[in-house]
Design a protein around this ligand. Sequence first.
Ligand SMILES: NC(=O)C1=CN([C@@H]2O[C@H](COP(=O)(O)OP(=O)(O)OC[C@H]3O[C@@H](n4cnc5c(N)ncnc54)[C@H](O)[C@@H]3O)[C@@H](O)[C@H]2O)C=CC1
Ligand SMILES: C[N+](C)(C)CC(=O)CC(=O)[O-]
Length: 318
Amino acid sequence: MHATPEPTAVRRVACIGAGVIGGGWVAHFLARGYQVTAWDPAPDFEPKLRRLVDAAWPALVELGLADGADRANLTIAATLPEAVADAEFVQESAPEDLGLKQDLLARLDAATPPGVVISSSTSGYGMTEMQSGCTRPERLVVGHPFNPPYLIPLVEVVGGERTERWAVDWASAFFEVAGKSVITMDREVPGFIANRLQEAIWREALHMVANGEATVEQIDSSITEGPGLRWPLFGPCLTFHLAGGEGGMAHMLDHFGPSLKSPWTRLEAPELTDELRDRMVEGCETASDGRDIAELVADRDRAVIAVLRAVEAVRGAR
Ligand SMILES: NC(=O)C1=CN([C@@H]2O[C@H](COP(=O)(O)OP(=O)(O)OC[C@H]3O[C@@H](n4cnc5c(N)ncnc54)[C@H](O)[C@@H]3O)[C@@H](O)[C@H]2O)C=CC1
Ligand SMILES: C[N+](C)(C)CC(=O)CC(=O)[O-]
């Protein structure tokens, strides 16, 4: 049996590794009213961490702090075992190095009370490969955040082959209670969902710069002045649903399906089978949540205007 607290009862979290992401997690958990203990092997980590939290705090105040939220709730631990000794949840944010993560997670597993869930911020490793040295692998999950974790809501949660289902469900529930927006994945896939999508763009951008096909500035403008303006409300699927006009995704795929064979990207497209077409069309119906095309267009237009105004306000304030 495992002495796992209810996700709503957690008060003490440990953040292991306190760089860009670990520090961002510290700021997030402090703003949500948790007692946070941080540990990092770098000798100068404490002043850097406090600078990061102080820089984030005005934004967190503007968003609204939870009851009891206070930067004084941060404790600096001298050792890894001290950091996790009475933790009710542990978030690991050490460098993206498989050997280092395997070794660190094994040490965390040995020092953390049984039943306490340990989550890794890894950007792409599977928990199956990271939990290989753990004696209680059932409580280890990936909890992949986005920079900065105190502002970007998404966390992707997924277990490894030796993770038990309760730990995945517990972590998802805990992150929700802690104010995050969670995608729980049933299957391990390198890079999870969002980084696979981001990497497709990122690798193509690097190819274009390497080949002299586009400059860094052109690449960034192509997103900030183009598709990026549509993505805050609708992701790539509903966005392209509207590219099909009144025919939606079905017409979009029938019209532009042949373009999947054109050399528009170095990434090879899957075969557009009837099954894939149906899955996309049905998925867009579900995601539309009862709205017809005209209603979706109206929602998109309102969102794009709001985003354009917000961006203009930030540019005007520079
Ligand atoms: N930077 C980003 O945009 C994102 C990073 N991540 C993931 O978060 C993790 C941390 O990345 P960053 O914060 O960007 O790196 P970072 O380099 O800013 O921070 C890493 C921290 O880990 C510490 N560290 C080194 N060895 C350690 C060990 N053995 N045990 C504990 N801590 C150790 C370092 O002293 C440093 O403070 C990685 O797994 C990365 O893939 C996830 C989402 C976004
Ligand atoms: C650059 N990165 C791969 C570490 C980015 C992430 O993992 C998520 C993010 O913040 O975009």
